[in-house]
Design a protein around this ligand. Structure first.
Ligand code: AKB
Length: 321
């Protein structure tokens, strides 16, 4: 059996996708890579299987790793997130677009299947924000969104023109306990849990009534695996499927946390950059294409996610030395 390559393996998705892939296929069959070296003893991506340092803008190095490990499927997670991409738009273009283009070229030449995570960021202020359709207006106003919308089209192009089995999801904001997100607009929905447990207080960078589409990471990992397992004959879209788990505002999430930590307090210091990005994104997407074409259904709503996040973070802090 050919091996699986994961780029950006030390990031928020990789930290949970790599262990899930290793549990399914065996540790040595999943090659975790990242531009960073892992901090000693802390990164699950480096346990039970190979880890390689990889800069996805270096074409020859990607070829070399794919050849050396006999890779058949690539999960390309390496990217800058929305707020960082807005601060460093030129680097975001090089990393997000340049990286994807090189990965697609390697996939074409080595006949690899590819997973590409797009995002709610691929939409913009002229897109319907509620029940955002699968096929609709895409005029993003951020560099992150430009790279995600163009990335979706590039994946479709490689699928139709060269027969690369490129599949992908439009992921909402992801909430997870295993690894922190970095540089995103939806990151508040992770930071709030850490601060609630530690200080009973969180200062949010978005306005209290900013509704955004969100998903708990176990659902995201299930969605990625289910899409990659799906029968290609049933896939009408193949790439850039809307998937959603829940939609909430900061004040709604704070109220849910208060059901477990009654003295938790939230206040607000709005960051204009991240607020303007959030205001251009969907509040809730219509994921009926994913449901119909490959059987997608989320398991976690805001109540189940909040209870599980708090349990898991408490367990981790008890286990910490
Ligand atoms: C971000 O906030 O940039 C990401 C995303 C929604 O794509 N979490």
């Amino acid at each position: 059996m050919k091996r699986i390559l994961v780029t950006g393996a030390l990031g928020q998705i990789g930290a949970e996708l790599v262990p899930a892939l290793r549990a399914r296929h065996g540790g040595d069959r999943v090659v975790a890579t990242d531009i960073r070296m892992p901090a000693r003893d802390t990164a699950p991506a480096t346990h039970d299987g190979p880890f390689e340092r990889l800069d996805c803008t270096r074409l020859q190095h990607i070829h070399e790793i794919v050849r050396r490990y006999d890779v058949g499927t690539i999960y390309h997670l390496a990217a800058l997130l929305s707020a960082t991409a807005e601060e460093r738009p030129q680097s975001a273009w090089d990393i997000n677009m340049g990286g994807l283009y090189r990965i697609l070229e390697v996939a074409r030449q080595h006949r690899c299947a590819l997973f590409f995570p797009s995002s709610i960021g691929a939409f913009g202020p002229t897109t319907p924000r509620d029940m955002t359709p699968q096929d609709t207006i895409q005029r993003p106003t951020t560099m992150y969104g430009v790279t995600k919308a163009a990335g979706e089209m590039l994946c479709d192009y490689y699928a139709h023109r060269f027969g690369v089995d490129a599949r992908g999801l439009r992921l909402p904001g992801l909430i997870s306990y295993a690894a922190p997100p970095g540089g995103g607009t939806t990151d508040y929905a992770v930071h709030i849990f850490h601060q609630a447990l530690r200080y009973r207080h969180y200062t949010c960078f978005l306005k209290p009534d900013t509704a955004l589409d969100m998903m708990y990471m176990p659902d995201a990992v299930r969605a990625i695996l289910a899409l990659m397992d799906a029968d290609p004959a049933r896939l009408v879209h193949r790439n850039a499927f809307n998937v959603t788990g829940m939609s909430f505002t900061p004040e709604r999430l704070a109220a849910e946390i208060r059901r477990h930590i009654p003295d938790f307090v939230i206040d607000y210091a709005v960051d204009p950059l991240r607020q303007s990005i959030a205001d251009s994104w969907p509040r809730a997407m219509d994921d009926s294409a994913a449901r119909a074409e490959w059987g997608w259904a989320p398991r976690f709503d805001i109540a189940a996610m909040t209870a599980d996040m708090l349990d898991k973070l408490r367990e981790r802090s008890r286990a910490a030395p």
